[in-house]
Design a protein around this ligand. Structure first.
Ligand SMILES: [Zn+2]
Length: 60
């Protein structure tokens, strides 16, 4: 019996796209800074959506 060691690929601290809820890598080019915090997005659409209404997505 061959034991396969599965590498841990799921990192729970991945940043989340607050617009669509998708996990995104920190290397994404779609990011925005709001109130000193960096937000990451999966695509330009989500980035634009956030920028047009940051209060809605950034929370308190
Ligand atoms: Zn998105």
């Amino acid at each position: 019996m061959v034991m396969l060691i599965t590498p841990v690929t799921h990192v729970t601290c991945m940043p989340k796209d607050v617009v669509c809820g998708m996990e995104v890598g920190e290397d994404t080019k779609f990011k925005a800074e709001y109130k000193g915090k960096i937000y990451y997005f999966c695509c330009e659409h989500c980035l634009k959506e956030f920028q047009s209404n940051p209060e809605k997505y950034a929370g308190s």
